[in-house]
Write a protein that binds this ligand. Structure first.
Ligand code: ADP
Ligand code: MG
Length: 248
């Protein structure tokens, strides 16, 4: 390899332009063949660098979001789940509501697609450049309680609190004690009017007091979450029961 080429590659590395460094020789050969001007060549090189950067940043944000599964809207059968329309979800896919820190609730019985739809929206948000976090309420409680002592929890909470969209899944599955309800209230207050939250829950609002254990805290939490929100009261048969895999 010629010395100047080697030096340029080293410099691109020092400048952290690894996408450009990787493609340099290929683009140089192409530029020679197609008789590109210096400006056209630089243009191509920068396009390459930006493409690599955007792909890396998308991958990083996707990993940080900790989605348990990759779900798409194409996989979702709106014929089977009729209490939510495809138009409604498509409209939400533009993520304008995240800009306004609106919240979404997907409420209803098990296996009707609440988590599936929340995942579609979360994944879309990340693809569009937002930071998102997915967590079950149970895991969230664990993080809030251990955050003072555990670096791992501290780091996760920081990521959650700096996200523009936080999906809290399975709210209401397990009862919550007073200390936990308080911690949850503090987090919800932090999110209020600055972070979008998607809540999935098998409990209607009237049942929230029961699992949160305190009327005043429940009201305070719901007031903040509901103030700017869209509520999907979903119903229907269990998708899993209807689409079960059988043995015989
Ligand atoms: P919930 O969160 O309401 O309990 P999930 O979203 O986890 O339910 O759905 C359970 C399983 O069934 C998931 O694998 C999901 O992808 C699938 N599912 C649920 N509803 C639908 C639907 N209408 N079309 C396609 N798949 C669905
Ligand atoms: Mg679910």
């Amino acid at each position: 390899m010629n010395a100047q080429l080697l030096e340029v590659k080293t410099m691109l590395g020092q400048l952290r332009l690894s996408g450009a460094r990787e493609k340099l020789e290929e683009l140089l050969a192409g530029a020679l063949k197609e008789e590109l001007t210096a400006l056209q060549f630089i243009h191509q090189l920068l396009i390459e660098e930006l493409a690599v950067r955007n792909a890396n940043s998308l991958q990083k944000r996707m990993k940080r979001a900790r989605f348990p599964e990759h779900k798409t809207l194409e996989q979702f059968d709106f014929g089977f789940q009729q209490s939510v329309s495809k138009q409604q979800i498509l409209k939400l896919m533009d993520m304008c509501w995240v800009e306004k820190a609106f919240n979404l609730f997907f409420l209803g019985p098990p296996s009707i697609g609440k988590t599936h739809l929340a995942l579609c929206l979360g994944i879309r948000a990340v693809e569009l450049g937002y930071q998102a976090s997915f967590i079950t309420l149970d895991q969230l409680m664990d993080i809030l309680k251990t955050e003072p002592a555990l670096t791992r929890s501290k780091r996760r909470l920081k990521q959650i609190m700096s996200s523009q969209l936080v999906i809290i899944d399975e709210v209401g599955f397990l009862p919550v004690n007073r200390q936990e309800a308080n911690l949850f209230y503090q987090l919800v207050s932090h999110f209020y009017q600055q972070t979008s939250v998607i809540i999935t829950s098998n409990k209607g609002f009237e049942e929230w007091t029961e699992f949160l254990g305190d009327m005043a805290i429940t009201t305070a939490i719901l007031d903040r979450l509901i103030h700017n929100s869209e509520i999907f009261n979903m119903s229907g048969d269990s998708y899993r029961v209807n689409h079960r895999n059988t043995i015989l």
